[in-house]
Design a protein around this ligand. Structure first.
Ligand code: ADP
Ligand code: MG
Length: 256
C-alpha cells in the first residue's frame, strides 16, 4: 500500500457559534487506505467534514491538520482542492450553462492539468462507462434537474476524474437508494489500491456492505472514542450505538 501524503488530523478542536463541537479529534488517513468514520447523529462527523472543507462557520480553536507537507487549515478551499483534497459535497450547486464535461475539464485545468480535449473526452467516457451511466450525461448542465442519485453519480464522476490524494465523503443523504450506494462504492473501489486515501463518513453501515474499510472509527460527542476494524461495523449493525455511550460512560475508550 502507498503511504505518501497522509491526511493527518491532530487534536482538532472546532467550535460553531462559540459552542465547542469537536473536542480533540486525532485521525490519520494515508493514501491507499479506506477509513470509515461512524457515530450517532450530532456527534460531530459533518462538523469535521465541513472544517476540512474550510467552511467559515467552523472556528478552529486548537490542533492541526496536515495534507502531506502542507498545513491544510492555512489554505483556502481552492488551494485545499489543488493540494489533492476532494470533498464529495463541494459542488452541489446547479450551474446553468455549464455542462458536466466542461466543469470537470475546467476543474482539471485549475489543478494544473491541461488535458488535451480528445484525451479528456476519452477518459471521461471511460469513467462514465465505469459508473454505468449514459454518455449523454456529459452534455447535461451541471446538477440541473439531477435526481438525488444523479447528483451522487456526478460527484463520484468528479472524484474519479480528478484523482485526488484524499477524498472525504460525507454520506449525509440517508435517503440514498441502493443504486446510488452501489455507484459511490463502485467509484471508490475503482480507485482503491492506487494513490487514494478515503474517509467515508456515515451514520449507517449500509454503504460499508459494498466498501470494505481498512479502519473504522466511532465518533461520540466530538471525539473518536473507538477505532478498530470491520467488527465495529458489525456491532453497530446489530446493536446500534447504545454500547458506545455505555463504554464512554464507563471510561472504556480506545482501540479495540
Ligand atoms: N452550522 C451549524 N450551526 C449550528 N450548530 C451546528 C452547525 N453544525 C453543526 N452544529 C452542531 O454540532 C453538533 C454536531 O453536528 P454534526 O457535525 O452535524 O453531527 P453529525 O454529522 O455527526 O450528525 C450538533 O449539536 C449540531 O447541532
Ligand atoms: Mg452529519
Amino acid at each position: 500500500m502507498a503511504s505518501g501524503l497522509p491526511l493527518e488530523i491532530d487534536d482538532l478542536r472546532v467550535s460553531v457559534e462559540g459552542k465547542p463541537i469537536l473536542r480533540g479529534v486525532t485521525l490519520g488517513v494515508r493514501q491507499g487506505e479506506v477509513h470509515a468514520l461512524m457515530g450517532p447523529n450530532g456527534s460531530g462527523k459533518s462538523t469535521l467534514a465541513n472544517t476540512l472543507a474550510g467552511h467559515p462557520r467552523y472556528e478552529v480553536t486548537g490542533g492541526r491538520v496536515r495534507l502531506g507537507e502542507k498545513d491544510l487549515l492555512a489554505l483556502s478551499a481552492d488551494e485545499r482542492a489543488r493540494a489533492g483534497l476532494f470533498l464529495a459535497f463541494q459542488y452541489p450547486v446547479e450551474v446553468p450553462g455549464v455542462t458536466v464535461a466542461s466543469f470537470i475539464h475546467a476543474a482539471l485545468k485549475a489543478r494544473g492539468q491541461d488535458v488535451p480535449f480528445v484525451e479528456f473526452r476519452r477518459r471521461l467516457l471511460e469513467k462514465i462507462a465505469l459508473l454505468e451511466w449514459d454518455p449523454d450525461i456529459a452534455r447535461r448542465h451541471l446538477n440541473e434537474g439531477f435526481s438525488g442519485g444523479e447528483r451522487k453519480r456526478n460527484e463520484v464522476l468528479q472524484m474519479v476524474m480528478l484523482e485526488p490524494k484524499v477524498a472525504v465523503l460525507d454520506e449525509t443523504d440517508t435517503g440514498l437508494d441502493v443504486d446510488s450506494i452501489k455507484v459511490v462504492s463502485g467509484g471508490v473501489n475503482s480507485l482503491r489500491g492506487e494513490n487514494l486515501g478515503v474517509l467515508i463518513i456515515t451514520h449507517y453501515e449500509r454503504i460499508l456492505r459494498y466498501i470494505e474499510p481498512d479502519f473504522v472509527h466511532v465518533m461520540f460527542e466530538g471525539r473518536i472514542v473507538r477505532s478498530g476494524g470491520r467488527e465495529i461495523v458489525d456491532r453497530i449493525e446489530r446493536q446500534g450505538y447504545d454500547w458506545v455511550k455505555e463504554e464512554v460512560a464507563a471510561g472504556r475508550t480506545g482501540v479495540s
